[in-house]
Design a protein around this ligand. Structure first.
Ligand SMILES: [Zn+2]
Length: 388
């Protein structure tokens, strides 16, 4: 295989995945079919392949509907509660509702178990795992991951303006869960209606969150070519190359995860079972590798609490030409969030057009294979190979 044909090869995998299993919703039949494709490819290359089953969340939007549902109750329940309980007792009940909603967000987006999870739709999902051994004794371990599933094409991602608005409003909605009871308390203490209005404005936003949550799953899934068949394709080419050219002293774990889009359940399940073996490992997560002329690494992310990449790893990536991109407090997350929350070392890598802040085709219906660029896939393949 010549150096430049890895990109074409990755494109071929991505195209097959996008066209044979379009819309690989988390914990759905199409996601399972994508896992079978990857499993078969790895087996053909000569790997011993392990399938890790787990029960994953089928929708992140139902979770958000639950959170913003509690918040909306807190907003609209005010007058009714005040009538029967009195002003401050009513405030206490509302504060408890907001507090519980924020607690759910906190648990979910720090990748921990959360109350009422059992009440949300879940289904069987899977990770596909293969290990490329070192040629001699393994002195280092690297885990390279890419998720198999694709997201619902929710209206907020339909065009650049809406996506920017989503990024802007997300932190207001999240921290609004704490601000709302504060505003209502200030309204009671000061008697100023401005505080009630500020609370009500957050109420509108929280209602919008609830409404998006309950209606999101009526739409179609994104075909998921760039997010994330592109990365699955690149990871398969890395797997193939590692068979032909094993690394002298580095063992590489190839991990294809399920249920990333609904909150990283696949990576969480993988870490739960393998964390001890991989305490010292370097994690590299591939996301949206297929469009753009530069490589970016996520410098910080976190929907509720921001976590940062370790500085020496960031420096190593920048030496090789990768640019930093922060996803902190933008209502976006990757599997690297779950890795960082466990105190492990790693970086999430993606492709993007130089100078742009938006990642092309993120969660859109137009995320189809014809938009993928073999040069971008090739660049990511070469970048990760160089790092390895
Ligand atoms: Zn993704």
């Amino acid at each position: 295989m010549t150096q430049s044909s890895w990109g074409r090869r990755a494109l071929q995998h991505a195209r097959i995945l996008t066209e044979s299993t379009p819309g690989r919703g988390s914990a759905t039949r199409h996601e399972a079919q994508a896992a079978v494709y990857v499993h078969t490819q790895l087996q053909r290359m000569g790997y011993e392949v392990q399938q890790q089953p787990f029960i994953g969340l089928r929708s992140i939007w139902f979770f958000l509907a639950m959170v913003f549902g509690f918040a909306s109750l807190g907003h609209i329940g005010g007058p009714f509660l005040a009538y029967s309980l009195g002003a401050w007792s009513a405030w206490g009940v509302r504060a408890a509702l907001f507090g519980f909603a924020f607690y759910l967000m906190w648990r979910k987006f720090t990748f921990r178990r959360f109350p009422l999870r059992a009440s949300l739709p879940q289904g069987p999902s899977q990770n596909v795992i293969a290990v490329a051994p070192a040629r001699e004794t393994a002195r280092r371990k690297v885990v390279v991951s890419a998720h198999l599933d694709s997201h619902r094409a929710v209206i907020w991602f339909a065009n650049d303006t809406l996506t920017r608005l989503y990024g802007l409003l997300s932190p207001v909605a999240v921290y609004g869960l704490l601000l709302a009871p504060a505003f209502y308390a200030l309204a009671l203490l000061s008697g100023l209606s401005a505080f009630s209005w500020a609370g009500a404005a957050l109420g509108v936003l929280h209602f919008l969150g609830w409404f998006t949550g309950v209606t999101a799953d009526l739409g179609r899934y994104s075909p998921g070519a760039n997010d994330n068949a592109s990365s699955v394709g690149v990871l398969l080419t890395l797997a193939e190359r590692l068979r032909a050219e094993p690394l002298p002293d580095t063992e590489v774990w190839l991990v294809f995860t399920g249920c990333e889009e609904t909150g990283g359940d696949g990576m969480t399940a993988f870490l739960r079972d393998n964390e001890d073996a991989l305490r010292e490992a370097l994690f590299l997560d591939l996301e949206m590798c297929g469009i753009g002329d530069e490589i970016a690494y996520i410098s910080a992310e976190g929907v509720v609490r921001a976590r940062k990449i370790v500085p020496d790893l960031a420096a190593r990536l920048e030496e090789r030409g990768a640019r930093p991109l922060s996803l902190a407090h933008l209502g976006a997350f990757t599997e690297m969030g779950a890795v960082w929350e466990q105190g492990l070392r790693g970086a999430c890598l993606l492709s993007k057009p130089a100078g742009g802040h938006l990642i092309p085709e993120w969660h859109r219906l137009t995320d189809t294979a014809d938009k993928l660029q073999p040069e971008a896939l090739q660049r990511m393949h070469a970048f990760v190979w160089d790092l390895l």
